[in-house]
Design a protein around this ligand. Structure first.
Ligand code: NAP
Length: 222
């Protein structure tokens, strides 16, 4: 397992074939972003730096296949908040491809589309470690695991022992494409923000101001 705390890791070039290692790198930040917060932004910026990514494309999940009925805000609203959150970073951009694609938002379809659009780039899919540890339940996971690298971000206090155990049980060929990165700012969580809004508690300094304004103006999560 490769653990990073925002440090670039040169080992990757040994793991990958020469052709892949020499490719330029593009990050995809995948998540429900309900709502997006500073933890996500710090994680994406940390991954961009650590893995030498040219850009990070934020792609909010339209209809997450693993949680029907769970989503609170509409896909277009989560997309809008994502755009507001990333506006000030020239290395960040967003795509509505999952929001606009009908049916469940499978990551394999998204990575396939991005690989088609950017054949000269190696894709790094960044998301929460909890999600990545369930990757074998995702659609076409075996294919997906060969198509891109994964950056699994963890919160502080995440149980590394449990993570190690689950990670160790993965096949070797899979492990080499997954890296873990601890992100202290991920102490912030979307669930907590929704709960705080619901209870009338402040959310200032947990997420960018334009997103906070948008949530309050549109009465989200009440
Ligand atoms: P989730 O189960 O809601 O989140 C799991 C944990 O990861 C939460 O603690 C969450 O915190 C955190 N997290 C989520 N996205 C993150 C990100 N980009 N950076 C840092 N932490 C993040 O996971 P999800 O958001 O629904 O799914 C994550 C990604 O995996 C999405 O792109 C989704 O489409 C993909 N996925 C695909 C499949 C499939 O293809 N079948 C199945 C499952 C997931 P917060 O709540 O604070 O964000």
């Amino acid at each position: 397992m490769v653990f990073l705390a925002f440090k670039a890791n040169k080992q990757y070039n040994f793991f990958m074939g020469k052709e892949i290692a020499s490719k330029r790198r593009l990050g995809i930040m995948g998540g429900t972003f309900d709502p997006i917060h500073y933890g996500h932004l710090v994680a994406a910026e940390g991954a961009r730096h650590a893995f030498n990514l040219e850009k990070v494309v934020f792609i909010p999940a339209g209809n997450p296949p693993h949680k029907p009925g769970y989503i609170v805000a509409e896909p277009s609203v989560r997309y809008k908040m994502t755009c507001l959150a990333i506006a000030s970073n020239p290395f960040f951009c967003s795509s509505a491809m999952e929001v606009e694609r009908p049916g469940p938002s499978y990551t394999v379809d998204t990575v396939r589309k991005m690989a088609h659009l950017y054949p000269e780039k190696r894709i790094y899919f960044i998301t929460g470690a909890d999600a990545i540890l369930e990757i074998f339940s995702w659609k076409d996971s075996q294919i997906l695991l060969t198509m891109c690298n994964f950056v699994a971000t963890t919160r502080p206090g995440y149980c590394l022992k449990e993570l190690n155990k689950r990670f160790d049980s993965m096949p070797k060929g899979v492990k080499q494409n997954i890296s873990f990165m601890e992100v202290p700012a991920l102490a912030i969580s979307s669930t907590d923000i929704r709960q705080r809004v619901h209870e009338g508690k402040p959310i200032k300094y947990l997420l960018p101001e334009p997103v906070e304004d948008y949530i309050l103006r549109n009465n989200l999560y009440r």
